[in-house]
Design a protein around this ligand. Sequence first.
Ligand SMILES: [Zn+2]
Ligand SMILES: [Zn+2]
Ligand SMILES: [Zn+2]
Length: 262
Amino acid sequence: MTDRTATVSRSVSTSLARPHPIHGTVPAERAEVDRAAKRQANTEWARRARLKKWFGVAEALTHCPANLARGKPCRAELQNRKVDGVTVPFCPQCDRKRRGICMDCQRAPVEGTPGKALRCLMCHKIARSETGRRFAKKHPARVRQKWRARKKRLLEAPGVWEARLERSRLWRLAHPKAVAASKVAWGQSEAARAYQRDYRARMAEKRREAERERDRARARGDVITHPCTSCQTALVGRQKKCAACRTQAVRTARAALIGAAA
Ligand SMILES: [Zn+2]
Ligand SMILES: [Zn+2]
Ligand SMILES: [Zn+2]
């Protein structure tokens, strides 16, 4: 298309350079007007040719074959529209793109250049976060790798990590409600449940290991002692306090209860 236009305009300019055998030399301003008109006609012709080709393809289709962006076909359902008494296929989505209206909410003006940008600011944010989530689901290792590299960079830069920690500490001080809400959300999340399951399993394993260790010591004939939490007397077994301290604790508790009742 561009080649053809280029050849035409070149041939026009060479013909204008030589005097015509009958009409002689065309005045400069006249030549300028002719050239502009010719260029306009070429542009129109190219546009009609493009549309003809596009309609030819689109007529056979039910969905729009145009590209909204690179590697992103439109695929919207085609409608019909009458132009100068001729019914032609019409893509509402491409029309919205041309007019600079968001393709998702179909209402707000796009963020960016009309005719190029596809979404308004909010829909763009939503679409981007969805894209990110889909990518993270598909390539978790790559996302982890990316985060690791980023954190490494941060840790290597002097003072940057500390500044981040300080900033987030100040943010938490300034937004207690948001912090509380995020804690609630975390407590209800599947990740928290998984962490709690894992934590209980780890602790149980630790207790079992300690128990096994005690059994081994008993088998060797060692007497394992631990101090009473009140008087530090050496104790054997599972008890936390010696008998005397235990009795004393019960007495104190009873006296406190009776005193409170009286
Ligand atoms: Zn379209
Ligand atoms: Zn929108
Ligand atoms: Zn004691």
